[in-house]
Design a protein around this ligand. Structure first.
Ligand SMILES: [Zn+2]
Length: 104
């Protein structure tokens, strides 16, 4: 059993409990009906839909997801979007810090 992003329900539950805020900018999630920017969206940290692990699946806000797009994490972190919002290694969620340390 998987959701429409091909994420198994056990993993979806685990990630939803871990990522209560955007893993990048720390924004609290809101329903999409409230804001299209701060709604939660599924993020593949390494942009490969085949890597479905607790280390690669995270929840980030729609705004960060749209900005990151297909970019590699380390490349995206250099972008104006991240610089403007102080999205940096020291500020992101531990799951993202681990990904940065492993060279993503
Ligand atoms: Zn965000």
């Amino acid at each position: 059993m998987t959701n429409s992003w091909n994420i198994p329900h056990w993993l979806e539950k685990e990630v939803r409990e871990r990522d209560k805020q955007c893993v990048y900018c720390g924004e609290n999630f809101t329903p999409a009906s409230v804001s299209k920017k701060t709604c939660a969206s599924w993020e593949h940290i390494i942009n490969d839909a085949k890597i479905i692990t607790r280390e690669n699946i995270a929840l980030c806000c729609c705004s960060c997801n749209a900005s990151k797009g297909q970019k590699k994490l380390s490349t995206w972190l250099q972008s104006k979007y991240c610089l403007d919002r102080d999205i940096a290694k020291e500020a992101v969620a531990p799951i993202i810090q681990k990904a940065i340390e492993s060279g993503q």
